[in-house]
Design a protein around this ligand. Structure first.
Ligand SMILES: NC(=O)c1ccc[n+]([C@@H]2O[C@H](COP(=O)([O-])OP(=O)(O)OC[C@H]3O[C@@H](n4cnc5c(N)ncnc54)[C@H](O)[C@@H]3O)[C@@H](O)[C@H]2O)c1
Length: 261
């Protein structure tokens, strides 16, 4: 028996990184998964690898309401009533706040914040119609504390926690639980762009990353996307049946405090 037997879950940004691992784990636990992303080749390959009976890829830009409608239609036609959503898609831009072009700020808001809002807005009625279910939003360490040079991103991730709390309040009576994950540093192309071109990732660059995480993360290492997927599974499955409206920090202890040694 899987922890998600019979569930139908939409996962955004599932072509790679954390979303990919969430799709793989959810399918292994018995769910049918609709993978949405803008990286068509990768998304389709992941869905194919999981298997047609369990996974389907659709191109969807989470900032476009019409793409949500189309993805929902495909998920329902392929797998039946939708009872889960993981709002995972996101983008990161590094910039000093005073140097950030307005267009860049708005682009990050569109994907991270508007994308999560549209997911809740369009999928929650489907989950209600299915008799209840779950929404997991992907915030960040930076949704709870500051980090220089990622101000735009941090603002959207804090906004996602606001959306999570309000959605939990408004949807609890409809049988829908809404929680958020706040990962620290996770080894995906977002935090480690070298993964996109491993052949050109020098030993020096690899060592510098490892040294950084050893210094700032109490557990001494970067997180793996599979570890975040396990938290998403917990928040989607019955093991979290009495939990809603909460942010879950998953960061190897990074936010616990500052070491003086
Ligand atoms: N990697 C980290 O250190 C870290 C830390 C905290 C939070 N997060 C969050 O975790 C989530 C997953 O990120 P990841 O680490 O797997 O990075 P990633 O860059 O590997 O994956 C993000 C995915 O989102 C997709 N995406 C981007 N814009 C989209 C859009 N408009 N519509 C649909 N899909 C879109 C990308 O194509 C990609 O497949 C993001 O929300 C990110 O902000 C990541």
């Amino acid at each position: 028996m899987g922890k998600l037997d019979g569930r139908v879950v939409i996962i955004t940004g599932a072509a790679r990184g954390q979303g990919e691992q969430e799709a793989r784990l959810f399918a292994a636990e018995g769910a049918s998964v609709l993978l949405g992303d803008v990286l068509d080749e990768q998304g389709a390959a992941v869905a194919k690898d999981i298997g047609e009976d369990r996974a389907r890829y659709v191109r969807m830009d989470v900032s476009r309401e019409e793409d949500w409608a189309a993805a929902i239609a495909v998920a329902k036609a392929t797998f039946g009533p939708i009872d889960g959503l993981v709002n995972n898609a996101g983008i990161l831009r590094f910039n000093e706040l005073t140097a950030t072009p307005l267009e860049e700020f708005q682009q990050v808001v569109q994907v991270n914040q508007v994308g999560a809002f549209l997911g809740i807005k369009t999928v929650a009625p489907e989950i209600e119609a299915a008799g209840g279910g779950t929404i997991v939003n992907t915030s960040s360490y930076t949704g709870l504390t500051g980090m220089a040079y990622v101000g735009t991103y941090a603002a959207t991730k804090a906004a996602i926690l606001g959306l999570t709390r309000v959605a939990a309040l408004e949807l609890a009576g409809k049988g829908i639980r809404v929680n958020a994950m706040c990962p620290g540093a996770v080894d995906t192309p977002m935090a480690n762009p070298g993964l996109l071109d491993p052949a050109n990732l020098t030993d020096e660059a690899r060592d510098a990353m490892a040294e950084l995480y050893k210094r700032v993360v109490p557990m001494g290492r970067v997180g793996q996307p599979e570890e975040i997927a396990k938290l998403a599974l917990f928040l989607t499955g019955e093991d979290s049946s009495y939990i809603t409206g909460q942010p879950f920090v998953i960061d190897g202890g990074w936010m616990a405090g500052v070491s003086i040694l």
